[in-house]
Design a binder for this molecule. Structure first.
Ligand code: ARG
Length: 589
């Protein structure tokens, strides 16, 4: 039976650290960090290395370990089955019954909230991501930031941080002068309304073709830029229209990726602040003149100078970033401001962040660049003719179409096929980017991403659907109880007996459920979505092993209840984990 007396805290690592603190006199939080997981669970479920204590206690680690194990054994709490000294380590075995009961109570009682404990309450975090460029397609170069940024956004929100997600659109620059010139000469309003960004790209290409023959076009384009900067109504109206047209494509993509920004504010928003930034730098004695331009010298930090004002009045990507950071601090008083972009922009971020630091802002230490690796495509296979960009909209369509083909083969009678195909296809695309350390380049490979048996999104989603199906079968046909309520009902029943989950397969599953909150925190600290992605894969694998070995809907009521409770816990954590990764979890597939 599950013994409520043995219910400890949410976290066994914490409880163990408490026990260790009592016997060593060391601080609990330090001990918590020192606790390890043995490579083989036959050695123990947790291990505490004694090397660090040797100097202070003037004894060998082995002797300390032996003494400590003995002390702990003498007043061992019920949830601990055994403390053994093995060399310099004290290894701990958990009482499996207590562990199973505690973990399932924690998961099923907290439900959707399991995994977070209000860690971020009262702290403001800005996550800037996606930030595509107006009048250019949303291409694969912005896919990584969009997928990874969304996870960081989700995870911080989940932990209770006050998150503001920002889309820093590239909506200003000399290209708009060219576009307006081309539009006025060769454009048709109707055609562009219809073709959106494709029409704008066509105009842009045409401009360059014509400008090669007639250089005066460049002067015209420049004149339009000056007009825009001076607030000319006509040019700004056309520009605004280009922005709106572009947002149509972007919003279709955000809808499909399930992304909503708290603030969509383009670079143009900071136009009026360029001079002020330059003045501040001047006052602090940081600005230097160089060939007509204004720069901040960063030689001391082994970086090229930061370009603040250009001699030709051209685009000022860096200065806008400085202005935006100042604006964000003034507006949100952030505790952390994060920027997710491709690693090819790392130097740019290092430069302007250094400038902000030199300006003496105390919050400069709270801004961070989160770089990631790019997508690699097998040569020829994915690139379009003439090396055109790969459009994200095309990738999403392809993901859904390929998945639909698989469903038509595997489960043609599935209801809502199109919708499920979208959920699986888009999920697979996201998961493919999230499974490895973000800095690694991602080799684009549909077959691998869509493999239902691999370490993939569809595999995890499939396991979730399987858990849902088992739970549904346990309910009577007319029951409309949802899975969360069912989970709670299962553990609340008098016949819930967690000693029936003491087998190795169940224990492995429980261990992964137990570690989930720590993984969420680790992901937040390192900005590494793969930590969660890999954890949900491990959970799916462990549950499938359990499922193959143990029948769940058996006649024996207590056994069935215990195994269903485990299944309910797995369903909950996979669902939450996928949710944090921005991936939906269909109940049937
Ligand atoms: N629009 C930029 C690009 O496509 C990305 C903006 C990144 N964010 C920033 N604050 N600079 O390259």
């Amino acid at each position: 039976m599950y013994d409520f007396e043995m219910r400890v805290s949410l976290n066994f690592t914490k409880s163990l650290a408490e026990v260790l603190a009592k016997h060593t006199g060391l601080a609990q939080n330090e001990l918590e960090i020192a606790i390890e997981t043995p490579p083989d669970s036959k050695l123990g479920h947790f291990a505490f290395p004694c090397f660090g204590l040797a100097k202070e206690m003037k004894k060998s680690p082995t002797a300390i370990s032996a003494e400590l194990a003995e002390k702990i054994e003498s007043e061992r709490p019920g949830w601990l089955a055994q403390a053994v000294s093995t060399g310099a380590y004290v290894n701990f075995f958990l009482n499996r019954t207590a562990f199973a009961g505690n973990v399932l109570f924690d998961v099923l009682e907290a439900g959707e909230g399991y995994g977070a404990d209000g860690e971020g309450l009262g702290q403001a975090v800005i996550v800037e991501y996606s930030s595509p460029n107006i009048a250019k397609h949303f291409h694969v170069g912005h896919l990584g930031t969009t997928i990874i940024g969304k996870v960081i956004d989700n995870v911080y929100r989940f932990l209770g941080y006050d998150v503001t997600s920002i889309n820093h659109l590239g909506d200003w620059g000399t290209q708009f002068g060219k576009l307006i010139t081309a539009y006025k000469k060769w454009g048709s309003r109707e055609e562009i309304e219809q073709t959106e960004i494709a029409g704008l790209v066509k105009l842009y290409v045409k401009f360059h073709e014509e400008a090669d023959k007639d250089a005066s076009l460049n002067d015209e384009a420049r004149a339009w830029v000056v007009k825009m900067q001076d607030g000319d109504k006509e040019s700004l109206e056309i520009w605004q229209w280009f922005c709106e047209l572009s947002m149509k494509e972007f919003n279709r993509i955000y809808d499909r990726l399930d992304i909503v920004f708290d603030s969509i504010r383009g670079e143009s928003f900071y136009n009026g602040q360029m001079e002020a930034v330059a003045e501040m730098l001047e006052k602090k004695g940081l600005l230097k003149e160089s060939e007509g331009a204004k720069i901040v010298d960063l030689e001391e930090w082994n970086m090229p100078p930061s370009l603040i004002l250009r001699s030709d009045g051209g685009t000022l990507y860096t200065t806008r970033d400085i202005a935006a950071a100042i604006y964000r601090y003034e507006t949100y008083e952030f505790n952390k401001c994060l920027y997710v972009t491709g690693n090819e922009q790392s130097l740019h971020f290092a430069q302007w962040m250094k400038v902000v630091e030199l300006m003496g802002y105390p919050w400069a230490k709270n801004i961070e660049h989160i770089p990631y690796g790019m997508y690699l495509f097998e040569s020829g296979k994915m690139s379009t003719r003439r090396g055109d960009v790969i459009k994200v909209e095309d990738l999403l369509n392809e993901a859904a179409a390929k998945t639909l083909a698989i469903i038509n083969e595997k489960n043609p009678a599935l209801e809502n096929k199109e919708r499920v195909a979208e959920q699986i296809g888009v999920g697979a695309l996201k998961f493919g980017k999230l499974y490895n350390s973000r800095i690694k380049d991602t080799v684009f490979d549909w077959d691998r991403m869509l493999n239902f048996e691999g370490e993939t999104g569809p595999y995890v989603q499939y396991t979730h659907a399987r858990a849902c199906s088992v739970l549904r079968k346990s309910l009577s046909d007319d029951s409309n109880m949802d899975f969360a309520a069912l989970g709670l009902a299962l553990i609340s029943g008098a016949t819930f007996d967690s000693s029936l989950l003491a087998d190795d397969e169940a224990f492995d599953v429980l261990r992964i459920l137990h570690d989930f909150p720590a993984k969420v925190l680790d992901c937040a600290e390192k900005y590494e979505p793969f930590i969660i992605a890999r954890h949900v894969v491990a959970l799916a694998q462990a549950y499938n092993t359990f499922y193959t070995k143990h029948q769940i809907l058996v006649d024996d009521e207590p056994t069935r209840r215990a195994r269903l409770a485990l299944t309910a816990g797995v369903r909950q954590v996979i669902k939450t984990g996928l949710g944090l990764l921005g991936i939906s979890a269909p109940v049937v597939m």
